[in-house]
Write a protein that binds this ligand. Structure first.
Ligand code: PLP
Length: 264
């Protein structure tokens, strides 16, 4: 009997039967980074690499039951939260997690898939800021999500810094604002902390459509590095490097008819 314990990451996220995004991407990432994945399903989008055909809801009471059952058995070293479809699911997640203080939570505020399909009801956003932001260690919006959160357009690095500051003012200690959707050869992301410290991260853009699940993978990777005991800045830097390598390795692989997944 070994006493060694893998770092554990719990992912609380939505389904992607085509394997590239959501809870499937998270479990792949967490496992590839040497951690043990537990998981709670928040919603059942029916999708493939070409888009989302439907989003089926899971009753909030069922999400609650999953979360309580997994948490009472296996305490995670970090938690990644992805798709939260509506306020009822948001509230049960927050209520259960309040009973488990001290576990770092990385939240990818999934709102709209790259295909344009909505994965969160708009009315949920204010409750998300009010209830979830105070519980998390880091939120990882892309430019579109930052624009929704701050109600302003975010189209340049200076606008990213302003938006990042405004998001920390909403009550979460750190924000990683991802600049992948800015049209430039170099990708810039900003890590901004409530104490006003910031760090910029740069990577070269890779020319490929195989980016389905990039945001899911990044937030799961950051959670895995945190579970392994790394500090936030290093975990973010390592997560970005992991995603870059995963895109590089999958850039010429044809999986499905649409935007293919990263390669872990
Ligand atoms: N499906 C689920 C369950 C997700 O959580 C996400 C994004 O986070 C997506 C699909 C969309 O992935 P992408 O925008 O990379 O295609």
């Amino acid at each position: 009997m070994h006493t060694y314990k893998y770092p554990v990451v719990l992912t609380v996220a939505g389904f992607d039967g085509s394997g590239g995004a959501g809870i499937q991407a998270d479990i792949n990432t967490i496992s590839a980074l040497g951690c043990y994945a537990t998981s709670v399903l928040t919603a059942l989008p029916v999708q493939n690499t070409t888009g989302v055909k439907a989003v089926h809801l899971i009753p909030a009471a069922v999400v609650k039951q999953q979360l309580e059952t997994v948490l009472e058995d296996i305490r995670p070293d970090a938690i990644k939260i992805g798709m939260i479809p509506d306020e009822a699911v948001l509230m049960v997640i927050c209520n259960v997690l309040r009973a488990y203080p001290g576990i770092p939570i990385i939240y990818d505020p999934v709102m709209v898939a790259s295909s344009g399909d909505h994965l969160m009801q708009k009315e949920t956003i204010s409750a998300m800021i009010r209830e979830l932001f105070p519980l998390i260690a880091l939120v990882t919006p892309n430019l579109d999500e930052a624009a929704v959160l701050t109600n302003t357009k975010v189209n340049s690095i200076s606008e990213m810094e302003i938006a990042a500051r405004r998001i920390t003012d909403m009550g979460c200690p750190s924000v990683l604002l991802k600049g992948g959707h800015l049209p430039s050869g170099q990708l810039t992301s900003v890590l901004f902390n409530a104490d006003q410290s910031r760090q910029l991260f740069h990577t070269e853009r890779i020319d490929t459509d195989n980016t389905h699940g990039t945001g899911c993978t990044l937030s799961a990777a950051i959670a895995a590095f945190i579970a392994r005991g790394e500090g936030l800045n290093f975990a973010v830097e390592s997560g970005i490097a992991y995603v870059h390598q995963a895109i590089l390795h999958g850039k010429d692989v044809k999986t499905g008819k649409g935007r293919g997944p990263l390669n872990h």
